[in-house]
Design a protein around this ligand. Structure first.
Ligand SMILES: Cc1cc2nc3c(=O)[nH]c(=O)nc-3n(C[C@H](O)[C@H](O)[C@H](O)COP(=O)(O)OP(=O)(O)OC[C@H]3O[C@@H](n4cnc5c(N)ncnc54)[C@H](O)[C@@H]3O)c2cc1C
Length: 388
């Protein structure tokens, strides 16, 4: 018998089935409420912690589920099929927060914060500032300096997912001069406490992910909460974003799949001019156009995940290829799904209306489409490869 593809293994199929069982029971019934109220109910947050979603990539030695990148991607895909806002909590806490702690923290901080996640805590990744999103090397609105043997972190971040729920934040702060650009940035772990203030934002999609503005008002941070040498954060952030891009793309896949499912079902049920919609050639064309976009995106996302799991040198290129393709194809697929549904698709009565707002995020978060183009081109120039 021919070898199975990595994403068709028994383990992956059973992981997918268990997440789907959970979402159909607990997430789908409240997905519209999460979107409407822009928050996840407390009991569902706790259930996600019990399922290990907020600590997906924490290794078993620290008490976590120890998922690989492919397994995390498939978990997020399934969560996003039900509620992208709920899924985004896992993208950030279970992947983008775990990566820098696991790879760059000392043993004391690893033990403390990875265990915290494994025990149900939630983390946030605070990089973007009002001045600077794409221009990571330009960030300067959050600064840190040494005072009495401790670091002091002061400043502001924006669009920080999970900020409403997080127990701690990974914070990129300027520790050198702004002119030093990428050489003067340091990563810290900052505990939530009285020095942290959060103002939640009213985003268009991925609602419920607790995205907000965060103010750090003179937070005292012990030296063991610095991730790596001061001034070396830029590369660490880029490495974290590789994984983030794959898992965010997987979230886009889930949104696309949900839109495709709704469009296909509707086209089989609704009749026009004496025939079901699916029997009209122009509707068939829409279904086929959606299907190739969805399936090529799926192949790219899973391939990128396998490459990152293996530590392949070209994994960053594939992460950006997956992200760019899923974002663009995703926006197309959900637009076409709305077309198949007609007026009902444009109304709040349909799930597609929510998915249409959600999918746009994939073109922006974790690096915009333009950034992915830059990374892809630079990877062919030999400038971007895997590094520790
Ligand atoms: C729902 C959501 C959740 C998010 N969660 C997080 C989070 O948890 N943590 C976090 O740190 N951030 C988060 N972000 C922020 C996100 O990563 C940034 O919005 C994104 O990187 C773009 O930055 P910006 O908004 O400052 O846009 P800008 O950088 O101002 O870019 C604006 C436009 O200009 C283009 N552009 C900018 N520079 C260039 C250039 N050099 N060449 C070509 N085009 C360029 C961009 O592609 C974009 O189209 C989130 C955003 C959203 C929408």
């Amino acid at each position: 018998m021919a070898a199975k593809l990595p994403w068709e293994s028994e383990e992956i199929l059973s992981l997918r089935a268990s997440v789907r069982e959970f979402t159909s029971k607990y997430v789908e019934p409240v997905a519209d409420k999460i979107d409407r109220e822009n928050t996840v109910p407390e009991d569902l947050l706790r259930a996600g912690a019990d399922m290990g979603f907020w600590s997906m990539r924490v290794p078993e030695e620290y008490g976590g589920p120890g998922l690989g990148v492919l397994e995390a991607a498939i978990t997020v895909e399934e969560l996003s099929r039900a509620s992208s806002g709920y899924a985004l909590i896992a993208v950030v806490s279970g992947s983008m927060v775990v990566y820098p702690i696991l790879n760059y923290a000392g043993e004391e901080a690893r033990e403390r914060y990875l265990r915290k996640l494994a025990e149900g805590g939630i983390g946030a990744f605070a990089l973007t500032e009002p001045c600077c999103g794409t221009d990571v090397a330009g960030l300067h609105m959050t600064r840190a300096w040494m005072e009495g043997g401790e670091w002091v972190v002061e400043g502001q971040k924006i669009f920080i997912t999970n900020s409403a729920y997080a127990d701690f934040f990974i914070v990129a702060a300027r520790t050198g001069k702004p002119e030093e650009r990428h050489r003067g940035i340091t990563l810290f772990i900052v505990d939530r406490g009285p020095c942290v203030e959060v103002s939640k934002l009213d985003m268009m999609g991925y609602r419920g992910s607790g995205t907000g503005i965060v103010y750090f008002k003179g937070c005292r941070v012990p030296p063991e909460n610095v991730l790596g040498e001061p001034g070396t954060a830029f590369k660490k952030v880029m490495m974290t974003l590789n994984e983030g891009r794959i898992v965010t793309s997987a979230s886009g896949l889930g949104v696309m799949q949900a839109a495709f499912d709704d469009a296909l079902r509707y086209s089989m049920e609704r009749e026009s001019m004496g025939r079901r919609l699916i029997e009209h050639q122009m509707v068939q064309s829409l279904i086929a156009e959606m299907a190739w976009r969805l399936e090529t995106a799926r192949l790219l996302v899973y391939t990128a995940a396998v490459k990152l799991d293996r530590g392949d040198a070209d994994a960053p290129r594939y992460a950006s290829l997956a992200k760019l393709h899923t974002a663009q194809a995703g926006v197309d697929v959900v637009r076409m799904a709305m077309q198949v549904l007609g007026g009902i698709g444009y109304s709040r009565e349909s799930r597609v209306e929510r998915l249409y707002r959600d999918i746009k995020m994939v073109e922006i978060g974790d690096g915009t489409n333009e950034v992915q183009r830059m990374v892809i081109a630079k990877s062919y120039m030999g400038k971007i490869r895997m590094a520790k």
